[in-house]
Design a protein around this ligand. Structure first.
Ligand SMILES: Nc1ncnc2c1ncn2[C@@H]1O[C@H](COP(=O)(O)OP(=O)(O)OP(=O)(O)O)[C@@H](O)[C@H]1O
Ligand SMILES: O=P(O)(O)O[C@H]1[C@H](O)[C@H](O)[C@H](OP(=O)(O)O)[C@@H](OP(=O)(O)O)[C@@H]1O
Length: 368
């Protein structure tokens, strides 16, 4: 443990997250940990210029809601984000956990699944189920789109944008008749049966914790079954007890496939590198018939519920990032001018991804 008082220049960690998130994490405790390690912890005022509040050694944030609102042209959110981005631009030495561009990418479910597809995860036989973005209100058009992309029934229909109002309202669609229940823009994600068990990988830099959670029970194609609508926040929280997680009597979990801790470790290392993110939640399920591991969701700066000694782990991560800061890769300016959510197919995504190898934190092109 580092208890040596810090004698050099003032080291300040600026942070921003919602009050709700601060309370959930018991964030005020973190200032004690910071002091112990020679840092000051200061909350950023995003309604004012950050230059007057700094200098900051590190900025740590959960700006997902603000980024998503800015994408929807909310003027207040755009201004708040500008204060952060201007500070980062004029203070390139500051460590950002995590780069706004990389977080932005994860707010688009279609892009997130595309990154998984394009990554090295296939080398360890880890996949995300077939997916496609549905942009039409015409069920016949959507049926063709699904067929072309290999998405089959049942599938989970998820809002394209992973943040904001209604982003957790999802549907399980069993047949062609159910296609009328898809409200674009959304992503259709083939359902993987996994005996109602989900593994949350909570990642902090190169450390992680695995938490087992309830999940949706097994579902099968059914020409007559009505679409099931659900709120994703009711399913896989530590205390969730959704009826959709109760396995049918006819099914047995005796043949449960085991989760492979070594594979989870490899997932952490590949995604940490691939996404250029330190604070990540990755949701993994194990396919019941094959034992293959599938990633069904990735979240920036998740809840870390049950993570042992989270603040000390975060402090190690911060110190590592400071140490490796000199390696940070920033994308050329013109890449960052683009805006708007991704709608192209995953082969386009592949072509577009021309990022240099990652050293430290990789900053992706801006798309959202
Ligand atoms: N492809 C899939 N196959 C099987 N089950 C799935 C699939 N996608 C999602 N689920 C189930 O639906 C739940 C919610 O999905 P998902 O994690 O994508 O929602 P979310 O809104 O992004 O959740 P979070 O609260 O973590 O942000 C999962 O916990 C899992 O039980
Ligand atoms: O159970 P977890 O930690 O995965 O729950 C997360 C959830 O997955 C999302 O990351 C939430 O973020 P938003 O989608 O931005 O709401 C987290 O909410 P937060 O208030 O902790 O940021 C959940 O904790």
């Amino acid at each position: 443990m580092d208890v040596t008082p810090h004698c050099g220049p003032r080291r300040v960690i600026g942070y921003w997250m919602s009050e709700k998130k601060s309370q959930k994490l018991n964030w005020s405790e973190f200032s004690k940990v910071c002091r112990k390690h020679g840092f000051e912890l200061v909350k950023l005022n995003l309604n004012a210029c950050l230059e007057d509040q700094g200098p900051f050694t590190v900025i740590i944030h959960k700006l997902t809601d603000i980024i998503a609102s800015a994408v929807r042209n909310d003027i207040k959110a755009i201004k708040m984000l500008q204060h952060v981005e201007n500070y980062i631009k004029s203070n390139p030495e500051v460590v950002i956990i995590d780069p706004v561009e990389n977080v932005r990418k994860l707010l688009d479910r279609y892009r997130t699944y595309g990154v998984i597809n394009d990554s090295d995860l296939h080398k360890i036989d880890v996949f995300t189920p077939p997916f496609v973005d549905l942009t039409s209100n015409d069920p016949a058009v959507n049926l063709e789109t699904l067929k072309r992309s290999g998405v089959c029934f049942p599938f989970v229909c998820k809002p394209l944008v992973a943040n904001g109002t209604d982003c957790h309202k999802m549907a399980i669609v069993f047949n062609e008749k159910g296609l009328k229940d898809c409200s674009p823009p959304c992503v259709a994600h083939s359902f993987v049966n996994h005996n109602a068990v989900l593994y949350k990988l909570f990642i902090v830099g190169n450390e992680y914790h695995i938490a087992e959670r309830p999940s949706l029970k097994n579902f099968y194609p059914d020409p007559d079954r009505k679409t099931i609508h659900f709120d994703s926040h009711d399913v896989s929280k530590p205390d969730s007890s959704s009826s959709l997680s109760v396995m049918d009597d006819v099914e047995t979990t005796e043949e449960n496939q085991n989760v492979d801790p070594e594979k989870l470790k490899q997932i952490v290392s590949i995604l940490h590198e691939e996404l250029g993110m330190n604070l990540l939640g990755v949701d993994v399920v194990v396919e019941n018939t094959t034992g293959r591991h599938a990633i069904i969701d990735i979240n920036p700066y998740p809840g870390y519920d049950g993570y042992p000694d989270f603040f000390e782990s975060l402090m190690r991560c911060i110190k590592n990032c400071i140490e490796h800061k000199t390696h940070q890769t920033i994308f050329p300016e013109q890449e960052q001018e683009d805006s708007g959510f991704e709608t192209a197919d995953s082969s386009d995504e592949k072509k577009r991804r021309t990022s240099p190898p990652m050293l430290g934190s990789k900053v992706y092109e801006r798309r959202l």
